[in-house]
Every structure is written in C-alpha cells, then in structure tokens.
Design a protein around this ligand. Structure first.
Ligand code: ATP
Length: 352
C-alpha cells in the first residue's frame, strides 16, 4: 500500500492549462475517484501519477518519495485504460500470467495467483481460450485482471468501463470494489460517470476545467456540494437550483422564490441566492409553500420524475411511482424539509 500526495501539481500544454494547482492526498489503501466532465483534466492527472507525463509544476510523492522524473516502470503502478491492451493471440491464462512471468515469479505461485484473480473476475471458465474470440466485456475484465494480478501498490484505472454495456458495468462496479478490498491497493479511478464514483469510491475528487472543486466522501459531496457545479453534477437528476432572495429576519428567514412561492430556510444573510434542493427530497403536500407547473411526467419503473416550471425556473421531483401526481399542465404543490435546503451565493455560486 502506498500513499499518494499531489502538491501544487499542474500541467500546461503550451498556453493551455490542463491542470491548475492540484493539492490532493490519497491515503494508503484508499479508493479515490477523479470525477468530472470530458476535458476537465482527469486523464492528465492520472498520466502524471503513472509517470507517463511530467508535471509542469508541483510534485507527486509516493510514501514521501518524490516521483518527479521516476519512469513508469519504476513506480509500482498498474494501469488499466479505456482501450484494453490484450495480447489477442494468447490465451486468457497466458495474458494473466504475463506480468508475473516478467517479474520472474515461479510457476506454482503464478498458477496460484492466476487462479485466484480468474476466480475473482469470473474468468475461470475461459482460462484456456484465445483472447481473440472473446467479447469486449470479457476483454475489459481480462485487462483489469492482467494489471491486478501483479498486485501493484497503486492501481490506476482510466474509464475502464466506458466501452462495456450497462448491465456488465453494474457487475464490474461490484467486482472492482471487492478486488480492491481483497488486495487493499491504493486505487485511483477516473470517470465522468457520477454513479460509478458514488458506488465505488471512498472519496470523490470532483474536477472541472482543470480545477479540483471538492474532495469528500460520496455522501459529503451529495449532501454538501461546495458549489453549484458539484450540486448539479452529483445525483441523477442533479440538484435543483432556483433563483431566490432571502428575506424576513424577525418572522424567521424565508427564501422568496418568485413564481414558485416562499419557503422557510434555516440560514442566510439576506440577498440573492441560488436555492438548492434534491429532486428526491421533494414532498408532495397540498398545503405546501411551493408550487410549480408540471411540464412532463416521466415514469421510469419504481420512480416517477416530474419536470416542473415556474416563471423562467425549472426543477425536477423524483417520487415513488405509487405517489399520485398531477397531469401535465397542472400545478404541483410541495414542501421541503428546511434541513435539506442548500443555499449558494448568487454571484460566486459557492455554498453559503
Ligand atoms: P476525457 O475524459 O475526455 O479524456 P479528461 O478530463 O480526462 O477528459 P484530459 O484528457 O486530462 O481530460 O484533458 C484535459 C485538457 O487538456 C483537454 O482540453 C485536452 O484537450 C487537453 N490536452 C490533453 N492532452 C493534451 C496534449 N498532449 N496537448 C494539448 N492539449 C492536451
């Protein structure tokens, strides 16, 4: 196990800054997801950890040792990419054994470890098949196995599930988590899929435009987003944000949400805010203080998503499919628990 420290880490490509001043410590044996939209600098960060790219400034330390200038082969990292690199002319078994053989691990030990990883990743039935004929799903599983089998102290995965189908992705999320529990590696996982990050990571580092916006446990970033970008990006659908104004000091604080009504809030210093609440935290209530018009009713199995509008503001509510809902075009009245409301500065969009 190895602790990774990134200090003031940055990367410029000519005049373009792909990563600006990243400070992040990934604990020994921790599973951290780098999460953000395409182009935010996730892969650039990962490639610097791996040693494939030199930082423009700052440093990376593994267990206190400065890694700047240390080549990838000497870093003790395993790396799995989106596009698996498999020797297609070799069998699954030989692919899995490859790294161990190059390290000079003996035959008995190689067999034991190949058997163990094959079992964990459900590759045992196809151990003697040539990789060439296998499906994309299996090849990606094999790529993960081939890197994991040498038990690197640090395991880096860059969007390893983006080419596999949805059902298989769900299975792999659970398998990757158990793989990490078993080998207790320090794991860094790049993804743009918040669900992957939420379900697997111990902590999530949310990035946008080359900046680290927030680091926290999945629940911390879900419940207390540092800004409106994180609020929208985490959750499916993301957090609702309505334009509001905090008023009324003696009668208790109230957010004036224009056409949507007024809602009591716990904190706020007066002035313009963005009023945030999760679609899952909307309570239908005929006497509730808020009202919006239903624009679409989306039924997705166990849940119903109401698309709502009031003036120029839109929001979503996620309800149990058993809950009766108004028809499209009708008003929907609801309440929120004041503890669930999050306020953001209207100008800086940072959490208040
Ligand atoms: P994606 O998921 O699309 O790969 P990402 O968050 O991993 O996104 P990066 O690959 O780290 O993003 O790229 C960050 C930015 O740096 C992008 O705008 C990209 O175009 C730019 N970039 C990356 N590598 C280079 C390079 N070698 N030369 C110039 N610009 C680059």
């Amino acid at each position: 196990m190895t602790e990774i420290v990134m200090q003031n880490l940055g990367k410029d490509f000519g005049a373009f800054t792909a990563l600006a001043e990243m400070d992040l410590t990934i604990g020994s044996g921790e599973f951290v997801a780098l999460l953000g939209p395409s182009g935010c600098g996730k892969s650039t960060t990962m490639n610097m950890i791996a040693g494939m790219l030199d930082p423009s400034h700052g440093e990376i330390r593994f267990d206190g040792r400065n890694m700047n200038g240390v080549p990838m082969a000497k870093r003790g990292v395993g790396f799995v990419f989106q596009n698996y690199a498999i020797f297609t002319h070799m069998t699954v078994r030989d692919n899995l054994a490859y790294g161990l053989k190059s390290q000079g691990v003996g035959r008995a030990e190689t067999n034991r470890r190949v058997g163990e990883i094959a079992e964990l990743l459900q590759l045992t039935p196809m151990l003697d098949r040539k990789a060439a004929g296998l499906s994309v799903n299996i090849l990606q599983r094999l790529a993960i196995g081939r890197s994991a089998v040498v038990e690197p102290a640090i395991f880096l995965l860059d969007e390893p599930l983006s080419n596999v189908d949805a059902a298989f992705r769900a299975v792999m999320r659970a398998e990757l988590k158990s793989l990490q529990r078993q080998f207790k590696q320090t794991m860094v996982y790049v993804t743009h899929d918040q669900l992957e990050a939420m379900t697997m990571a111990d902590r999530i580092a949310v990035m946008d435009h080359g900046k680290l916006l927030q680091v926290g446990t999945p629940l911390e970033v879900y419940n207390h987003p540092a800004d409106t970008f994180v609020a929208r990006f985490i959750g499916a659908p993301g957090m609702n944000l309505l334009k509001g104004r905090i008023t009324g000091a003696d009668t208790g604080l109230v957010a004036d949400l224009g056409a949507a009504g007024h809602c009591p809030v716990r904190t706020g210093q007066g002035g313009d805010v963005l009023f945030g609440f999760r679609p899952e935290q909307v309570h239908p209530d005929a006497n509730g203080p808020l009202q919006m018009i239903v624009t679409t009713v989306e039924r997705i199995g166990a849940r119903t998503i109401l698309h709502l509008a009031a003036g120029d503001m839109t929001a979503k509510a996620v309800l149990d499919s058993e809950t009766p809902v108004p028809d499209q075009g009708q008003p929907f009245r609801f309440a929120l628990d004041a503890d669930d409301v999050r306020l953001f500065d209207a100008e800086t969009e940072r959490a208040l």
